[in-house]
Design a protein around this ligand. Structure first.
Ligand SMILES: NC(=O)c1ccc[n+]([C@@H]2O[C@H](COP(=O)([O-])OP(=O)(O)OC[C@H]3O[C@@H](n4cnc5c(N)ncnc54)[C@H](O)[C@@H]3O)[C@@H](O)[C@H]2O)c1
Length: 341
């Protein structure tokens, strides 16, 4: 896609990955107009867009993608050349409590965007040119045993309501490519870490609990494995997929960095001990780690084979886990405990 004088629509841009992406994109491409829409659910915050909102070519509109009228209005107000669709209910535990909001946002919201884009771009004779980039997750592939990795051709096997709603959205996106010839692309990443993640997620939870000196909850025996990807590396990958990904294709994006939850918690505790000069005198943060009842249907292991994006687009993760995690811990410590600096 020509990067000059285009307007892109970013959904869910006030969330964790969306806000990192919007900020990255505005810094990199001054010529794009960026329209960010976000419902500002409990997971989204304008604080995440503090830097982005200083750019004159950035426009923020609060609204719900499950509201068809709102989505249509965006397309009648702006000439949207491409969409990067992050907006989602994203917390697995919440989907286990109540799947309904996940269906409304992740499935219906995606259909509303596909429909609005289809009609608008068709009227402009650009249906097959303008890009619809759907942000997905490796969780759509299900769970792995101790070996093996998900490739782009691994059949979907979502195993909780969150991943089922994301897999449904993927299928819808693919169907719009097949049925209407829309220029869609899907990227499925592994677990992200970095600044601005909501405190409900694993890494911020470990840090927050440690700062509060309260029990750090780890599900089950802590042996579940996730492949951690630095959010900045993810943003670079999305930039490449959005601009150069092949239409109708799907790209896996991984961190190449598998950790069990218990190992992750231990490493974070060690960083915190060092950062806060705890341990010998006050006890190590490690002492706070507490195993709790496992999440129902907890997937054992996720790991993605991202050979395709590495070979076809030349992307690879640049951030060393050690450095990324240390910076991330520092970011949350500064946010939550300014006096601990
Ligand atoms: N965080 C991860 O590790 C990870 C990994 C792989 C894929 N993903 C995917 O990346 C995307 C972003 O994830 P995240 O971690 O940044 O999530 P997040 O929960 O931090 O942010 C989601 C954002 O979407 C907004 N939103 C929710 N419902 C909306 C609605 N109906 N209308 C408009 N906005 C709405 C929220 O207000 C929030 O700002 C999601 O699609 C998620 O499935 C996340």
């Amino acid at each position: 896609m020509n990067k000059e004088k285009k307007t892109i629509l970013v959904t869910g841009g006030a969330g964790f990955i969306g806000s990192n992406f919007v900020t990255y994109f505005l810094r990199k491409y001054p010529s794009y107009e960026v329209v960010t829409i976000d419902k500002l659910t409990y997971a989204g915050s304008l604080e995440n867009l503090t830097e982005a909102r200083e750019f004159e070519n950035h426009h923020f509109i609060q609204g719900d993608i499950a509201d068809e009228k709102f989505v249509k209005k965006i397309f009648s107000t702006y000439d949207i050349h491409g969409i990067i669709h992050f907006a989602a209910e994203s917390h697995v535990d919440k989907s286990i409590d109540n799947a309904r909001p996940f269906i409304m946002t992740n499935v219906l919201g995606t259909v509303n965007l596909l429909e609005a884009a289809r009609h608008d771009w068709d009227e402009k004779g650009e249906l097959t040119d303008r890009r619809f980039h759907h942000i997905s997750t490796d969780e759509v592939y299900g769970s792995l045993p101790e070996t093996g990795k998900f490739t782009e051709s691994t059949p979907y096997d979502p195993r909780n309501p969150y991943s089922a709603s994301k897999a449904s959205a993927n299928l819808l996106v693919n169907s719009y490519q097949n049925t209407y010839g829309m220029n869609t692309v899907i990227s499925s990443s592994s677990n992200n870490y970095g600044p601005r993640q909501h405190e409900e997620k694993l890494i911020p939870t470990i840090i927050r609990k440690a700062l509060e000196k309260s029990a750090i909850p780890i599900y089950g025996d802590g042996k579940n494995v996730r492949d951690w990807l630095y959010v900045g590396d993810h943003c670079r990958a999305l930039d490449m997929v959005f601009h150069y990904g092949k239409r109708g294709e799907s790209y896996n994006i991984g961190g190449g960095n598998e950790q069990t939850n218990i190992d992750l918690a231990t490493i974070i505790c060690d960083h915190l001990d060092e950062r806060l000069s705890t341990n010998v005198n006050t006890g190590s943060c490690r002492d706070l780690i507490t195993f709790v009842k496992d999440r129902p249907g907890h997937d054992l292991r996720y790991a993605v084979d991202d050979t395709k994006i590495r070979q076809s687009l030349g992307w690879y993760p640049e951030k060393k886990f050690e450095d990324g995690l240390r910076e991330t811990v520092d970011w949350y410590v500064k946010k939550w405990q300014p006096l601990a600096r």
